[in-house]
Design a protein around this ligand. Structure first.
Ligand code: CP
Length: 313
């Protein structure tokens, strides 16, 4: 399978083969990153813009470093210091960036569909770095990469996603990626944040945390997305932690080789205790490391790369 897309807008529209192409390309770039000289000229002469209209630590820095490793010129757009504050529209902002010869625009926005909107009129490639509660494709790709690296495969694994599913773009992208690659996905959390409607896209839904984690190969924890919730979805943070937080006693009830994942930022003492976040089963920081190779792969592919066969790793 070779890649043939100009944009990366979501996981839902990707085939399993396309996902595997990204993962294999990322594996080749990870090998490049282990060499003494970590830079390759794949994007020499290209301009990459990080258009982040919502806060980010991991995704923005990871894309910046990925573009630098590919020898691109990188512009970091800061919404707070931009003319968006003077009433300029997103469309005009993006058109102005393109007028400055941007080849790839990476966008994070609170509005669902913002990357798809840009892709309809820009000649540049568009990468979705998180749009509202819709999708966060590169997070799902780096999560899937990490699982495959640790477990050898995705097919047949039992993956529990625990937390605020309703407002989570990470959950949606992970559900699509994992399901397409043959994993069995269980969703767990308060009934207000984990509606039964997710069963219609093939997930198992439970509101019993003990049942959700008992036979899981992977537990992916999500923080409560307070910034997206329009009303109170559960009585208190303390009650949420008591019912759904992953702590040492709960971890003791899981499989001995379970992987604990979290996209970050983590809220210690809420959805995850420090003992678990910093413990031997946690791969949270490895996810961050793998994000660099995955984002190098995505930049390379949307720029016309076809697959891992083109990287001399
Ligand atoms: N996982 C993730 O998207 O983190 P940031 O918000 O820091 O980019």
């Amino acid at each position: 399978m070779t890649w043939n897309r100009k944009h990366l807008l979501d996981i839902q529209s990707l085939s399993a083969d396309e996902i595997v192409t990204v993962l294999d390309t990322a594996r080749a770039f990870k090998a490049v990153g282990e060499r003494a000289i970590k830079k390759v000229p794949a994007l020499r002469g290209k301009t990459v813009v990080n258009l982040f209209i919502e806060p980010s630590t991991r995704t923005r820095i990871s894309f910046e470093l990925a573009a630098q490793r590919l020898t691109a010129d990188v512009i970091n757009f800061t919404a707070e210091a931009s003319s968006l504050k003077k009433g300029e529209t997103l469309k005009d902002t993006a058109r102005n960036l393109e007028a400055l010869n941007a080849d790839i625009i990476i966008i994070r926005h609170s509005a669902t569909g913002a990357p798809h909107f840009l892709s309809r009129f820009l000649a540049a490639s568009v990468i979705n770095a998180g749009d509202g509660a819709h999708e966060h494709p590169t997070q799902a790709l780096l999560d899937t990469f990490t699982i495959r690296e640790k477990k050898g495969t995705i097919a047949g694994l039992k993956v529990t996603i625990l937390g605020d599913i309703l407002y989570s773009r990470v959950a949606r992208s992970n559900i699509w990626a994992l399901s397409k690659l043959g994993a069995k996905v269980t969703l767990c959390g308060p009934s207000t944040l984990v509606p039964r409607a997710f069963e219609q896209i093939g997930c198992r839904v439970t509101h019993d945390v003990n049942e959700a984690i008992a036979d899981a190969d992977i537990i992916n924890l999500l923080r409560i997305q307070h910034e997206r919730q329009r009303k109170t979805m559960f009585p208190s943070i303390g009650e949420y932690t008591g019912l759904f937080g992953l702590n040492k006693p709960r971890l003791a009830q899981t499989k001995p080789d379970v992987l604990i994942m979290h996209p970050g930022p983590i809220n210690r003492g809420v959805e995850i205790d420090s003992d678990v976040a910093d413990g031997g089963r946690s791969v949270i920081l490895e996810q961050v490391t793998n994000g660099l190779a995955v984002r190098m792969a995505v930049l390379f592919l949307v720029n016309g790369g076809k697959g891992p066969q083109e990287i001399g790793a």
